[in-house]
Design a binder for this molecule. Structure first.
Ligand SMILES: Cc1cc2nc3c(=O)[nH]c(=O)nc-3n(C[C@H](O)[C@H](O)[C@H](O)COP(=O)(O)OP(=O)(O)OC[C@H]3O[C@@H](n4cnc5c(N)ncnc54)[C@H](O)[C@@H]3O)c2cc1C
Length: 268
């Protein structure tokens, strides 16, 4: 570990550089007083604007969490894998989802861990990868108070993520049908207005559906999974207002976005 001290906004910031995942977990402890830095695409503007004044920074860049690997049938994605690496990866479904995040400049720095850990803000959609990961049935391995745990992405996103350091994501690699659709403006830096993703086994069983971009996090849509009726998405999520679109507009378009994703899956 290398520690250094920087003067930012006239206060001292301790900067920690763990050299392994274990060291990162130890330094993180219960997360008290620690700010995790990944790609910095969200956190650096927060610091520059003075909305966040960290005391201790945990820089994950040398922690060895930047690999995609397989273990038997499982695919494991380190928290520091960049969105660009996912977009260029072997899984066409994840690659498609990743290539929709922001633009090339952001994707080269932005990480998977940062994408699912972004704190809910005024914008509805800071974690689009969460949708694809939920549809894949992915699990998150994290550490913090109470030690390490592994849980479904949808539970992690719905729970209290503060005080958790994400180490890795994993999902089972088997043949799937997939479908995805999103509605967005043409501006390169724009977030999606609404997105839907769906996965099933090759025979159409075990449907999993998630939506992104309409609320603070990606959400699993169990009602749609059961009924296969896109209109039921409004039982699963309550769209919100933000600078990209109104809640009323999102409410109006969301069932169509889900229908498109299910149609793509049906014809995959
Ligand atoms: C112009 C622009 C457009 C964007 N468009 C999109 C978009 O279309 N879709 C989308 O989903 N996102 C978008 N984003 C948001 C963002 O860039 C991504 O979500 C990105 O993946 C965040 O990752 P990061 O590594 O940069 O996170 P950072 O900025 O480093 O961190 C973000 C937050 O997560 C925490 N964190 C990071 N890693 C971990 C970890 N391993 N464990 C625990 N906490 C952690 C940090 O402490 C911080 O609170 C956009 C951002 C910008 C600036």
């Amino acid at each position: 570990m290398r520690a250094t001290a920087l003067m930012i906004q006239r206060m001292t910031l301790d900067v920690l550089f763990p050299a392994s995942a274990d060291e990162a977990a130890t330094l993180y402890g219960d997360g008290e007083g620690i700010t995790v830095f990944a790609g910095g695409t969200i956190i650096l503007p927060e610091i520059a604007a003075g909305r966040l004044v960290p005391e201790r920074a945990l820089m994950l860049h040398k922690s060895g969490l930047d690999e995609i690997r397989t273990d038997g049938d499982r695919v494991l994605i380190g928290a520091m894998v960049t969105v660009a690496a996912l977009a260029e990866g072997d899984d066409p479904f994840l690659a498609g989802a990743a290539s929709q995040v922001a633009d090339g400049e952001i994707r080269r720095n932005a990480t998977v861990g940062g994408n699912i850990c972004s704190p809910p803000g005024d914008d509805a959609q800071r974690g689009d990868l969460g949708g694809a990961l939920i549809a894949l049935g992915a699990r998150v391995r994290s550490t913090g108070a109470g030690g390490e745990r592994t849980e479904p992405v949808e539970d992690f996103l719905a729970g209290d993520r503060a005080g958790r350091l994400v180490l890795e994501l994993e999902y089972d690699g088997f043949e799937r049908r997939t479908g995805a659709h999103s509605l967005r403006r043409r501006h390169a830096h724009s977030y999606a207005i609404a997105g839907a993703v769906a996965c099933s086994r090759a025979d159409g069983s075990d449907l999993r559906v998630a939506v992104t971009g309409v609320g603070p996090t990606a959400v699993r849509c169990r009602s749609v999974e059961q009924s296969r009726d896109p209109a039921d998405v409004l039982k699963d999520v309550q769209p919100v207002d933000d600078a990209v679109a109104t809640a009323a507009y999102r409410t109006a378009v969301l069932p169509t976005v889900v229908r498109e994703a299910l149609d793509h899956l049906e014809h995959a």
